[in-house]
Design a protein around this ligand. Structure first.
Ligand code: SF4
Length: 729
């Protein structure tokens, strides 16, 4: 096997069409939008993972606009900026258009050439069979992100592979869900079970809702403000929610856990915790009481910079509103490598306030009991993702993407083939670029399925162009929610160019692999119609209404006097975790002082902006107009000391000598002088992403100091430091 060269797609493919004037102006070709023949088709959004349902309107068959579905709990009839810009993805002239196959020219140079679907699919299945014969079907792994991945997950399981991982676990919310599972026996789900519509007090610690636009959640938070709920925001930045909060606690980066332990200390010390709830439902209270005794507000002040009286005042505010107090669990929770413990602390604090299972706290989710389409059982794989973990990460109940990449390096590597669906690994997994390249040199087959020519496509043997969510059926949306509901995604338009729906690609691969019995449908709508009929609906009905709501079959909150069984080994809330102790971890969260930046360096804080979902949307022309680049937040003291002007372009350098793209400075007092902040998702290197190529800086390439959480493999990204390099210096 030749080393797999990274192929720059720009030099190999002709320039695509110019960006549509419609997208750049946002105006319909009609003088009066809506004056033509209007039709509407239901969908649920794929611009982020919140899956808001809406309708796509066409006028005389041409795309017009997307609106929220009034009956939908995720959107409440309103889509966010990105959701309304979904047509920008459909019309993006930079979309992948045809299958591409890696070839080596006479001069030894590797390039892509366009291929027919038959040729591309035959190539893939030929290599998959060869890997299965020589090593086993389980040696083919998948890394994925996005709802459409379920078609390929089905293919992998039918083929006998049990190794799948999504960066959403090790690079995002895994520590949170493991921390809550260890405490309450269950994770938080998506959308999270936060009952903000009824909360009287909400604590946001490291969660910038509003900049981080999860539609339904933003709406319930806005309603909480309207109801004068108390909001306490803990953030080194004066973020958008901090600006609307009763209390802003500008904490020193990396010290959240100390503050959480101090709040527990105050609640217990002053007898403000929910004694009855804890007695009835929890175990390990005495150990916890002893454990947090040393985390007095005075001691914690020295770590966090938060005044002891403010720590006490905010703890009393929480207790005064309990159990309708929500310590928000956050979503992106991979920070300092002790992140499962940080999330455990948030879970324990919620338990002390009695908010799990209570109105205004964390409600009990319910989804529709939707039967699975009848298919044969999957074969049992010879190994699964745990083969990549070895003895590490005992509480990783899902695959850890870095581990799968590391287990793909070298001739003796466990994995021989990789399918990458909808995730741009070089910009998604920090500190992994050398390993990613080494894995790409070793693997016998790399397949990328995507809609856009993101950086990862440059490593593929075969690139398969999937059509966008507006051109395909996917599984019904059936999320645990306040009440059960189903939503339909269906094709609004024919797939553009030669792109194909994921279900079609998976079925074609399956048939070539001899797996026809797992793919008995001609069209995926047959599966959806069958399922819908089992619950008293039909595809025909859903094509009209888009969302169907069902009544709850059990209460949304605990019922007074009724016993509660938690899904932990003890059947109770585990304030002290014997499971952690048995594996050699701290049974209760311990605070460790974070590493501090070297002289002249700053904490690299990163986050999101409302107009974009990371790098997934930055090439969307409609959103590009709103937010073409990210900026670097710099405190005026820092700017003054270094002579940096507002609006000036600078670069960032990390202690390992990595230097970023140019980024524009925003001088603002809304950030602490020891930190800088930037939004993630910019600084694309792929020239085929013509709008966003080389625009802004990429935070993930600066993250070479990754702290891995030993409990579940999360990649802590906040322990990275940067210095500012002036262009004129
Ligand atoms: S929050 Fe916005 S981008 Fe995400 S699914 Fe909803 S409308 Fe789409």
């Amino acid at each position: 096997m030749n080393r797999r060269e990274f192929i720059k797609l720009s030099s190999l493919l002709g320039a695509g069409a110019a960006v549509s004037p419609l997208l750049l102006t946002g105006c319909s070709a009609h003088p009066l939008p809506g004056s033509g023949q209007v039709s509407r088709t239901p969908t649920f959004c794929d611009m982020c993972f919140w899956k808001c349902a809406g309708f796509v309107y066409r006028e005389d068959g041409e795309p017009w606009k997307i609106h929220g579905n009034d009956n939908d709990l995720h959107s409440e009839g309103r889509l966010c900026t990105r959701g309304t810009a979904g047509l920008g993805n459909y019309e993006d002239p930079d979309r992948l258009q045809k299958p591409l196959l890696r070839v080596t020219g006479a001069d030894g140079r590797q390039t892509f050439r366009e291929a027919s679907w038959d040729e591309a699919l035959d190539f893939i299945t030929g290599r998959m069979k060869s890997i299965a014969e020589n090593h086993g079907a389980d040696r083919f792994a998948m890394l994925n992100h996005g709802y459409g991945a379920h078609h390929f997950s089905h293919l992998m399981r039918a083929w006998g592979s049990g190794s799948r991982a999504e960066p959403a676990f090790a690079q995002c919310r895994g520590p949170r869900d493991v921390g809550f599972k260890l405490t309450f026996g269950e994770g938080l789900g998506s959308p999270e079970r936060t009952d903000m519509e009824h909360s009287r007090c909400i604590v946001l610690i490291g969660s910038h809702i509003g900049e981080n636009l999860h539609n339904g959640q933003v709406q319930t938070l806005a309603n909480a403000w309207r109801r004068n709920a108390t909001v306490i925001t803990v953030d080194p930045r004066f973020s958008v929610p901090a600006g609307k909060s009763k209390y802003w606690l500008p904490i020193k980066p990396g010290t959240d856990l100390a503050l959480l332990l101090a709040w527990m200390h105050v609640l217990i010390d002053e007898g403000l915790y929910d004694r009855d709830y804890v007695q009835r439902h929890a175990t390990g209270f005495e150990q916890l009481k002893e454990h947090v005794a040393r985390y007095s507000p005075e001691w914690v002040y020295l770590e966090t910079g938060i005044q002891p009286e403010l720590i006490r005042t905010t703890a009393r505010e929480m207790a005064a509103s309990a159990p309708a107090t929500l310590i928000h669990p956050g979503r992106h929770t991979v920070w300092y490598g002790d992140d499962t413990q940080r999330s455990r602390a948030i879970a324990i604090l919620n338990a002390l306030l009695g908010s799990w299972g209570r109105k205004g706290g964390l409600y009990i989710q319910e989804k529709v009991r939707l039967p699975k389409f009848p298919l044969p059982a999957y074969p049992k794989p010879k190994s699964d993702f745990r083969a990549a973990h070895g003895a590490r990460y005992p509480f990783a109940y899902k695959g850890v993407s870095n581990a799968i990449i590391e287990a793909s390096i070298g001739e003796d590597a466990h994995y021989k083939g990789l399918l990458v669906y909808g995730t741009n690994l070089p910009m998604t997994i920090p500190g992994i670029r050398p390993q990613l390249k080494a894995a790409m040199d070793s693997l016998e087959l790399v397949v990328v399925v995507d809609t856009m020519p993101s950086e990862i496509t440059g490593y593929a043997d075969v690139v398969l162009p999937e059509c966008t969510y507006l051109e395909r059926y996917d599984n019904l949306r059936n999320s645990g929610e306040r009440h059960p509901s189903l939503a339909l995604r269906m094709p609004v338009f024919e797939p553009r160019h030669e792109s194909k729906p994921g279900w079609w690609i998976a079925r074609e691969l399956g048939h070539r692999l001899g797996l026809q019995k797992y793919f008995p449908w001609k069209d995926y709508s047959e599966v959806l119609d069958w399922q819908l009929k089992q619950v008293g609906s039909s595809l025909q009905e859903m094509q009209k209404i888009g969302v169907k709501n069902f009544p709850r079959t059990r209460p949304r909150y605990f019922v007074d006097g009724q016993p509660v069984q938690f899904r932990t080994p003890s059947g109770r809330i585990e304030l002290y975790s014997q499971q952690l102790a048995d594996q050699g971890f701290d049974p209760m969260p311990e605070y460790t002082r974070p590493q501090q930046p070297p002289q002249g360096y700053y904490h690299l804080n990163y986050g999101r902006m409302p107009a974009h979902t990371f790098g997934k949307t930055t090439n969307n022309a409609l959103l590009f107009q709103l937010a073409p680049e990210n900026t670097l937040w710099v405190n005026p003291l820092v700017a003054s000391a270094q002579g940096i002007e507002n609006g000036e372009y600078v670069r960032l350098a990390n202690p390992d000598g990595i230097i970023s793209n140019r980024i524009r400075v925003r001088v603002t007092e809304r950030i602490r002088p020891d930190s800088v902040f930037m939004a993630h998702g910019f600084g694309h290197r792929s020239r085929r992403l013509r709008l966003t190529h080389d625009v802004g800086a990429d935070d993930s390439e600066l993250m070479t100091n990754v702290k891995v959480d030993p409990i579940m493999g999360g990649t802590g990204m906040r322990g990275n430091f940067v210095t500012i390099v002036r262009e004129t210096a």
